[in-house]
Every structure is written in C-alpha cells, then in structure tokens.
Design a protein around this ligand. Structure first.
Ligand code: SF4
Length: 398
C-alpha cells in the first residue's frame, strides 16, 4: 500500500510522517496534577509500546505538575519519550503563565473548536500558536466533532440551506470538521508554525473515514502535506471499541492515510490502560505495516479437536511470545502455527516457520511438528506443550 505523502516532523528523536514508521500514541487517564501517578502510567504505556504519550493539561495544577513529570521520566530512563500536552479552552493562558511547562512538553495539541469558545475572534488560537513557535514545538490541530467550531458549523449549515440541492446535515458536519482543521492549519502556517499535524476525529466509523478521506483529498488539492494522526474518538470499550476502531483505522491505513494512530478505548474497571497500545500493535501487525512479536496462527478449532487442550496450547504460546519484542527483537517476524487437527494442520504448517498440529478427537495421540515448512518430528505423550516450547526456544537460539 502506498503511503500518502506527508512532511516529516521531528519531536525529540522521534520522527512523525514522511517515510517514518506509523507511530503508536496513547493518552493517560490519571489526574495530571499527580505527577507520580501520571509519570507511572506514562512509563507503563511506553513499556507497552506507546511511542508518544499525551497528557491532559486542563488547569493550573496540571500545568505546575508537568516539569516534575518530565523530571521523573528523565530520571527513570525515558528521556527520549515525547510527551504531548492536550489543551482545551485555556491552553494559551496556561502556556503563557507556565513557561517551564511549555518548555518541557514536546508537542502541543489544540482543539480549534474550543480555544476561542464563544468568542468572535481567534485571538486565543493565535496566541497559542505564537507560543508554540517561540518554544519551537510541533502542534497537532485536532478537530473533534463533539466540540466542533459552532460558528463555522452554523455558517456552513446556512450556506448549505441556500443550495439548490442541499447536502445532508451529516455531510455538512463532515465538511465542517475538515474545514475547521484545514483552515486552522493554514492560519497557523501563516503565523509561522512549520510543524503541524492534523486530525479530524469523529465517533461514527463512516463519518470518521469520510472526514479523513476528504482531508487527504483537500491536502492533495492544495499541495499541503501535514502528517495525520488518525483515530476514532469515543469508540467505546471492550469488543465494540476494539472492532470499530480497528475497522476504521484499517480502511484509512490501507489507503495510505495516517502517520500516527490511537485506539481510544474506555477501560473496564481495573482494566489496564495499556490495552489500547496492545490493540494498536496488533492492528499494525495484522495489516503487515509493522511487526512487534511473532505471529501465532491458530485455527478456531471445531468438533474435530480436543477444545480445551488446543485452546490452552494456543493461548500459552501467545503468552509465551508476548514479550519477545524485547527478549528476541529479531524474532518479531516469526510465524508460529498452532493447528487443531490434521485437516489444515500440515498445509498451514508448511507456510509457518515453526508449527504444531494437535491430534483431533478421533486421531492417534501424536502431534507433528514442522520447522521451516518441513516435517521435523512427532511429539507424543503428556508433555506435548513443554516439548514444543523447548523446540521453539531452541529454534530461536539457533
Ligand atoms: S484445522 Fe481441524 S480442528 Fe482446526 S478448524 Fe480446521 S478442521 Fe477444525
């Protein structure tokens, strides 16, 4: 798939856009005014694979805590991790009043829909951008349909009503979010900002895809190459959030749209925040864009197989290789197949680097193992799993 051409922007040692890897972002849900808790969660997200972490900077207490958060991260070995400050309504004021915070953040995010909320001018936006230029920071201009610029939306709705064939309200809404992000980027560029990233997040999958497609088309038409951060906002939690976000992002990524991604999940009570990072890694790996750990191919199982043993083995192997990104970085492209019986087992095994086919219900209790597509040996007895993990470990060592 060909990537949409965007500028390359450097934030610390991290490159966003151009031909740099599509990066994974996440956001903390701690109270930013608690520097220890926030730094702790940032480190957890980074350890899980988040390459950029965003924190909300919503009030003076949060702004005051940012230097301490940065200090903790630096002391704990996360000096190069880019931290993004997320601003709404009062960002211009906080950045002006807390210059240490403005300096310590690596990138700012501004919502063009609410920084000049209920005002006739765009003074706050202008001030915000000028401070970013002064501190040489990149800015993501992140429009969000839930807080879309109401003046702009009303104007576009009025104009639409006068058309001979008016568009639907939904279409105007999508046009408005694109206009909000794009015109704000032009304004920021005119003020002198040259590190701009855009996003147009919506919570409906089709609307969100339409918005990003329109934004990409607009950039192409006007020869602008702002890197794009893509995500489905308010995607929900659990299965719904995972499936909707993955589907939306996959459609865009397959078209070459997107330089950084976030999967916004509502965590279940006590669920780890890092799940959204794991989801991003799995998505990028499934699309063949980046590789983070060995791929475990396993069949769904059916009435032919011993369900519990097969499920346990597939799950144990997934668990076993989960952290191989750090342990065996070179093994990230490895393909391991765990098949439930001999129907598709040998065929799938021939395409894998290392594979095992378990015996089906009515088959003889033996499990053939394949290495590099060739039959290696047959495992029998009670310790099939242990023997297979030993073969896997030796294969990696060799
Ligand atoms: S490989 Fe065998 S156990 Fe797995 S789904 Fe196919 S027939 Fe069923």
């Amino acid at each position: 798939m060909q990537r949409f051409k965007t500028n390359k922007i450097q934030i610390k040692n991290t490159l966003i856009g151009g031909d740099s890897p599509i990066l994974i972002q996440s956001m903390t849900n701690t109270d930013t005014s608690d520097p220890k808790a926030t730094a702790e969660q940032i480190m957890q997200l980074a350890d899980a694979g988040s390459e950029i972490v965003r924190i909300t900077v919503n009030n003076e207490a949060a702004a005051k805590a940012v230097p301490e958060i940065r200090q903790i991260l630096n002391e704990k070995g996360y000096k190069e991790l880019p931290i993004v400050g997320d601003f709404h309504f009062n960002g211009h004021k906080l950045l002006k009043d807390y210059p240490e915070m403005a300096k310590d953040l690596d990138k700012y995010r501004i919502n063009p829909g609410n920084c000049d909320y209920a005002k006739a001018t765009d003074d706050n936006f202008t001030e915000f951008i000028k401070i970013a230029i002064e501190h040489d920071k990149a800015v993501r201009i992140g429009a969000n349909w839930g807080s879309l610029d109401q003046k702009l939306l009303s104007k576009m709705m009025d104009e639409n009503a006068k058309r001979i064939k008016p568009k639907s309200d939904k279409e105007v809404l999508v046009d408005a979010i694109v206009e909000s992000a794009f015109s704000s980027a032009l304004k920021a560029e005119k003020l002198g900002l040259n590190k701009i990233i855009l996003s147009v997040k919506m919570s409906d999958l089709n609307d969100m895809v339409n918005a990003y497609e329109k934004l990409a088309a607009r950039m192409l038409k006007e020869a602008k190459n702002y890197p794009l951060h893509i995500g489905l906002t308010e995607a929900g939690g659990g299965m719904q959030g995972l499936v909707a976000s993955s589907a939306a992002l996959a459609i865009l990524l397959r078209q070459g749209i997107g330089d950084t991604i976030r999967i916004s999940l509502t965590p279940a009570p006590n669920e780890a925040r890092t799940k959204e990072v794991e989801a991003c890694k799995t998505l990028l790996q499934s699309l063949g864009i980046r590789s983070f750990k060995p791929k475990v191919t396993s069949c769904p199982g059916c009435g032919r197989t011993d369900s519990s043993y097969f499920q346990e083995l597939a799950s144990d192997i997934n668990e076993y290789v989960k952290d191989w990104q750090k342990k065996y970085p070179k093994a990230k492209g490895l393909n391991i197949a765990v098949m439930g019986c001999v129907v598709n087992g040998p065929g799938e095994s021939k395409h894998a680097d290392i594979a095992i086919s378990l015996p089906g219900n009515s088959e003889e209790k033996m499990a053939p193992v394949y290495l590099d597509g060739k039959f290696y040996k047959t495992l029998t007895g009670e310790n099939i799993k242990e023997s297979f993990l030993e073969i896997l470990e030796n294969y990696i060592q060799e």
